[in-house]
Design a protein around this ligand. Structure first.
Ligand SMILES: Cc1ncc(COP(=O)(O)O)c(C=O)c1O
Length: 489
């Protein structure tokens, strides 16, 4: 540390600091397999959270980095164990250590990655990543994209681009109407609201028995809205819904969108990354016909939280929606305009050098490692579905709500003939708690449509790069034990 300038770490002091942090990270990585799969939230987590608070003081924390790391260990423990191999709740990702190293580098170098004029080198590497993802989706050389903070921002930016492309700048939005299903992620409705679309004009298109959009109903809804004076302009499909991993019929919807002049946005925040493996690519056929696609690398490409991606078939559509200039930027050399500027392709200006997280991970591991990890997740979901069916054959009354369309497996205890829906739902909630209590896997639940009301359904989402067959087999054992614990086996 320089005397009298504590914010300016010397090279040696920085190295010593990072060595301690690296050792703590290494211990945390080694501890992941044996930790409780759920982590610590709820009342216990809040109590621990209150105990680790440290009101910001004028002087440094006593004990320096050792004290800081000890306190942080407790703070991290008071949270869901999202990095662990048993985390199968919501939508996992795991958090690649290579990407964390990229964050360290990007933070220390702190280059201005909003405009390529200010950082042509970093922006070029970020463009390498965007081009790779656009090619994987099936887009051609006119395509483009931008890395954002997550799927929500990508969906929002897509709707803004759609609005500008189809309705034009400054259009009257009072009649503007978009189409999706009730299975779409709630960020789609939020994005529509942020983009100025009246909430009542977010139409819920009917779904089939596997919760996929019905393109016939979409066409009928568009016709009815036009007849009523509304202005249909966009349809949002899901390439893997959060609830069950359902894939809307992307090609059939693309046909309707082309006929009706609608922008077709595919929300692939959960499932879009499966285009990287052959099995997944086949299931997502038609995605390449969409006008825009959300991918969420902090899910399907295993990055730590904070990286989403919006891809568009025609890069000009993003530039039209987001590019702006200002007199205080006039000094930049226009030569770098050949390299895309994230600041002109999305809502942010100053932003982290996000692309390094993926670029460095691809550079260290190769794209093949990602393809094979994604393929493994699809195989594991199949293994889980087969394992649950085996349990059912052996008398454990567990049923699949659907076959896995990607890597989500929705299942529940079958309802007894004499059981009310409310009792069946309460029993399934107890079943979930009994699985979690065993500590090896952590699942979440949702409500799926049923003949007499929403049915409580457990869901295992296999997406962490750290989850392998041993965890899936442990889950099957724990399902059987939990069924016994709630008196059903
Ligand atoms: C299908 C889908 N879309 C969008 C999102 C929102 O993504 P984010 O949480 O990165 O904003 C999610 C999050 O789980 C999702 O599953």
């Amino acid at each position: 540390m320089s005397e009298g300038r504590p914010l300016e770490l010397s090279g040696a002091a920085f190295e010593a600091l990072v060595a301690k942090v690296a050792a703590a990270c290494a211990r945390a990585i080694e501890a992941l397999p044996a930790q409780h799969a759920a982590g610590c939230v709820g009342a216990q987590g809040v109590a621990e959270a209150l105990a680790v608070r440290w009101p910001i003081a004028e002087t440094p924390m006593e004990g320096g980095i050792d004290a800081v790391l000890a306190r942080l260990e407790r703070a991290f423990a008071a949270s869901l164990a999202t990095a662990g191999p048993g985390y199968l709740a919501y939508v996992p990702g795991g958090g690649l250590p290579a990407a964390a190293v990229a964050d360290l580098l990007a933070g220390v170098m702190n280059r201005y990655a909003g405009l390529s004029e200010a950082a042509p080198g970093p922006c070029a590497l970020e463009d390498d990543v965007v081009r790779f993802l656009a090619r994987a989706v099936g887009y051609g050389p006119e395509s483009g994209g931008v890395l954002l903070s997550g799927g929500s921002l990508a969906n929002f930016s897509a709707l803004v681009a759609a609005r500008e492309a189809v309705l034009g700048a400054g259009a009257d939005l009072r009649a503007a109407t978009i189409y999706t299903t009730s299975e779409a992620h709630h960020s789609v409705v939020k994005s529509a609201r942020l983009a100025g679309i009246p909430p009542a004009h977010v139409r819920r298109v009917a779904t089939d028995e596997r919760l996929r959009m019905d393109p016939g109903d979409l066409a009928r809804a568009v016709a009815a809205d036009r007849a009523a004076g509304r202005v249909p302009f966009c349809v949002v499909t899901s390439a893997g819904t959060t609830n069950t991993g359902a894939i809307d019929p992307l090609g059939d919807v693309a046909d309707v969108a082309a006929r009706e002049g609608l922008w077709h946005h595919v929300d692939g925040a959960y499932g879009g990354a499966f285009v990287l493996c052959a099995q997944g690519r086949a299931r997502l056929a038609g995605i390449e016909r969409a006008d825009s696609v959300t991918l969420d690398p902090h899910k399907g490409l295993f990055l730590p939280y904070g990286t989403g991606c919006l891809l568009v078939r025609d890069r000009e559509t993003l530039l039209r929606a987001f590019s702006m200039g200002a007199s205080y930027l006039q000094d930049f050399d226009a030569a770098a305009e050949a390299i895309p500027s994230p600041g002109h392709l999305g809502p942010e200006l100053s932003r982290p050098f996000r692309g390094l997280r993926l670029w460095l991970a691809f550079a260290l591991h190769g794209a093949a490692a990602f393809r094979s990890a994604l393929s493994e997740k699809l195989t594991l979901a199949r293994r889980l579905a087969d394992g649950l069916r085996d349990l059912a054959d052996r008398g454990v009354p567990v049923e699949l709500a659907d076959e896995p369309q990607l890597s989500v497996v929705p299942f529940r205890l079958a309802r007894r003939p004499d059981q009310t829906l409310a009792r069946a739902n309460a029993e399934n909630a107890a079943f979930l708690r009994a699985i979690t209590a065993r500590g090896r896997v952590f699942l979440s639940s949702t409500m799926l449509p049923g003949p007499d009301g929403p049915i409580y359904t457990l869901r295992a989402c296999v997406l962490s790069f750290r989850t392998h067959a041993d965890r899936i087999d442990a889950l099957c054992e724990d399902v059987a034990a939990a069924a016994r614990a709630v008196g059903r086996a």
